[in-house]
Design a protein. Sequence first.
Length: 254
Amino acid sequence: MQPVLVGVSLKAYFGRRQARIWFAGAAAVLRAHDGVRSGAVEAFVIPTYLQLEDAAGAFAGTRVRLGVQDVSAFEPGAYTGEVTATEVAESGATYAEIGHAERRRLFGESDADVAAKSAAALRHGVTPVLCLGEDERADADGAASATVAQLGRSLAGAPAGPVVVAYEPVWAIGAPSPAPIDHISAVTGALRDVLAADPKRAGSRVIYGGSAGPGLLAGLGRAVDGLFLGRFAHDPAAFGDVLDEAYALARSAP
């Protein structure tokens, strides 16, 4: 059984000074956490590019892995402003968040763009954290069908390698509460089935984001492989609460 995966994306909420304070608080929680120390719970943190070195220093000596919030579809070259997967890997980051709904909405990213970025990440040993989910609220079967199709488009032409799929229904992002548990379970189950049937994606995992926070993982159980947190993790204590739930889930596995 793989470890329960808990990730945090800080988006662009924090400047470097505030991020350093958060890193210190989160590192204290993570260092003291039996689930993280034992490997039963795997944690990753995705700061901004400029905060990556600060995060590496704060989490040194822990099992925490780091990621970036986007990655270039291009190899190194004359692409002003881009951050390549080569540089991401050289900087010690092992995850790249790709295709978040905000980037699709604000910057016009398409599934083809996501596929190109996913391919670049996988070529250089960086695991894509693919953010997928339906725009409008739909029944669970419809949402599952739409998200599975989006997964296929988002990995078209990508080389072999594991991915983390973060199911984040757009209508639930920033909402007061997450999607209903039965809805999440139906979609994540369909995503897992597709990934399990593809030998190229061995080792992939499916986690849930979209107003995820304390209390959700206990209800979802093994319907997901973990959670992808946003603003609820701005309080390191709340982050710790989710890690506790992840550890309880890990220990309940047969």
